[in-house]
Design a protein around this ligand. Structure first.
Ligand SMILES: [Zn+2]
Length: 453
C-alpha cells in the first residue's frame, strides 16, 4: 500500500475484482443504456451530453476546438446538431422517424425540408438488403449530403407518392468536443487509453468502448500506479488527429497504449499489434491472452481501423495496439441497428473489463532489474530465502524462478521476457523478483529517477 494524498490506495495488482466483476458488468451495461438514446456524431451536443454523463463518474476535462482549426493535413469540421427528422407520405403519415431511431438519419446530413418524388427520395435512402430487418448506420462527414437509412422491408413498402422530407439539423461553425482524463502515477511515463465517442445508438461499436474506458478510468483512479494514465474520449479519426496536433509535446511520454473498440460482443479477443510489431504492449497483450486459457487471435498492424492508424502514423509511430473482441466489419451486426443493447451483454462487458485490467496489471508489474550480485550466483541459503518459500512444491518452482530472474536481470530483460524464456508463469517470476528485491539482490532499472526506455 502507498499513500496518495489523504487517501490510502492499493497498488493495481492488489485490487481484487473477482467478487465484484459481475456487478461491474451490470454497471457498465447500465451506463450504456443511459448513453444509448443520444445521437452522437464527430461533433455536436451528443458528444457533450455523453461527456457530461461520464463526468458523473470521472473528472473528465472537456476540451472544445473551434471549427476551422488546422490540424496537420485536416481541418476541424463544422459542428453538426440535429433536433428532428422524418419522411411523411402524402397522407401526412411519418414513414421514417428519427425519434424512433437516430440511425434513421444519414449522420451529418445537412438540413432539408422539401417535397420529393419517390425517385428522388430513393437517391437518398440507404438499406441493407442482406439483413432486411436492420437499419444500417451511414455517415457523410466530409461531403455535404442528406439521407435516411431504413430497413429493406420498410423500403419495399414505398409506393409512388409525393413525400415530405424534413431534416431539422444544423451544420455551422462551432467546435469539436473531446474528453480527457489524466491520472498521475509515480512516473511521468504514460499509458494511453483511447476510445472513439462518435457513434449514435450502436453498442459493441462503440458504446461498449466508451463505458469500458470510463470504468477502467474510475477503477484506476483508486489505485496507486507506477505509470501515469491518459484516457481520451475522442471522435474517431479527426479526434485523434486533433489531439496529436495540439499535444505534440506530450506525445514522447506515451510508452504504451491501447485503443478500445468492439469490446461488447461475446466473441473471442483479438489483439491488433502496433506498427512497431514487437513493442512491450504487443508482448504483454499476447502473454496475457495466452495465459487466459481462452481462444484468441493476434493480428498484424494495418493502416485502417480505429485511431491506432493515427497514433501509429510514421511521424509518431507510438506503441499503441488495439484490443478488441470481434473486430469491426467481422460481425454482421456491425454498423447496424442490430448492434444494440441486447447484442452487448453485461457479462461480455465484464469479461472485456477483466482482460483490459489484466493487461494493465501486467504492464504495471513488468519491471526490469539489475542483479546486484552478478558475478556468479549469490548464496541464497545464507539469506534464509529457502525458509521463506512455503510448501516444498512452490518452493522448488520459486527457486527456479529466482535463478532465472537473477540470471536474466542485466537491465535489459523485463519480467515478462524472463517469464517467456523460462517458461514459467509471470506471477511466479514476479514473486521471485519481489523476494530478491527485498533482499537487495535486485535493483529496479530507473527506480531512482525518470525511466528511460
Ligand atoms: Zn464504427
Amino acid at each position: 500500500m502507498a499513500n496518495k494524498g489523504n487517501f490510502y490506495t492499493l497498488s493495481l495488482s492488489d485490487l481484487k475484482i473477482d467478487d465484484s466483476i459481475a456487478e461491474i458488468g451490470n454497471e457498465m451495461h447500465g451506463l450504456m443504456r443511459e448513453l444509448y438514446p443520444i445521437c452522437r456524431s464527430i461533433t455536436g451536443d451528443g458528444v457533450r451530453q455523453t461527456l457530461n454523463i461520464l463526468q458523473q463518474d470521472i473528472p473528465l476535462n472537456v476540451h472544445e476546438v473551434a471549427s476551422g482549426t488546422k490540424v496537420f493535413d485536416w481541418t476541424v469540421p463544422k459542428e453538426w446538431n440535429i433536433k428532428d427528422a422524418y419522411v411523411k407520405n402524402s397522407k401526412g403519415q411519418k414513414i421514417i422517424d428519427f425519434k424512433k431511431s437516430n440511425l434513421h438519419v444519414l449522420n451529418y446530413s445537412v438540413p432539408v425540408h422539401k417535397k420529393v418524388s419517390l425517385t428522388e427520395l430513393k437517391e437518398h435512402l440507404f438499406t441493407l438488403p442482406e439483413h432486411p430487418d436492420w437499419i444500417p448506420y451511414r455517415t457523410s462527414y466530409y461531403s455535404e449530403n442528406w439521407g435516411f437509412c431504413l430497413s429493406q422491408n420498410e423500403f419495399k413498402k414505398l409506393v409512388q407518392d409525393t413525400y415530405e422530407v424534413c431534416i431539422e439539423s444544423s451544420l455551422e461553425d462551432g467546435h469539436l468536443t473531446y474528453g480527457e482524463y489524466y491520472i498521475e502515477g509515480e512516473h511521468s511515463d504514460e499509458v494511453l487509453i483511447s476510445t472513439h465517442i462518435c457513434h449514435p445508438s450502436l453498442c459493441s461499436d462503440n458504446l461498449a468502448g466508451i463505458v469500458l474506458a470510463a470504468s477502467l478510468a474510475k477503477y484506476l483512479s483508486r489505485a496507486s500506479l507506477r505509470y501515469s494514465y491518459r484516457f481520451l474520449f475522442i471522435p474517431g479519426t479527426i479526434g485523434s488527429i486533433t489531439w496529436l496536433c495540439l499535444n505534440e509535446p506530450i506525445v514522447p511520454k506515451i510508452k504504451h497504449g491501447l485503443v478500445i473498440a468492439c469490446v461488447g460482443d461475446s466473441g473471442r479477443f483479438t489483439y491488433k499489434k502496433t506498427r512497431q510489431q514487437d513493442a512491450d504492449i504487443d508482448k504483454i497483450a499476447a502473454h496475457v491472452l495466452k495465459d487466459s486459457g481462452n481462444d484468441f487471435e493476434i493480428i498484424d498492424f494495418f493502416p485502417y481501423g480505429y485511431d491506432e492508424r493515427q497514433y501509429c502514423s510514421p511521424g509518431f509511430d507510438l506503441p499503441v495496439g488495439c484490443l478488441m473482441r470481434t473486430p469491426h466489419g467481422e460481425f454482421p451486426e456491425y454498423h447496424t441497428s442490430a448492434d444494440n443493447l441486447e447484442f452487448v451483454r453485461p457479462e461480455n462487458l465484464a469479461g472485456s473489463f477483466s482482460m483490459y485490467l489484466a493487461v494493465l496489471k501486467r504492464l504495471e508489474n513488468n519491471k526490469k532489474y539489475v542483479n546486484q550480485n552478478p558475478k556468479c550466483e549469490p548464496q541464497l541459503g545464507k539469506r534464509g530465502l529457502y525458509d521463506k518459500l512455503g510448501g516444498p512444491d512452490n518452493g522448488k518452482a520459486l527457486q527456479f524462478a529466482m535463478l532465472w530472474v537473477l540470471n536474466q536481470s542485466d537491465g535489459k530483460h523485463t519480467l515478462r521476457d524472463i517469464s517467456e524464456r523460462a517458461g514459467l508463469e509471470f506471477d511466479l517470476i514476479k514473486e521471485a523478483a519481489d523476494v530478491l528485491a527485498e533482499h537487495d539482490l535486485l535493483k529496479e532499472v530507473g527506480a531512482d529517477n525518470e525511466w528511460s526506455h
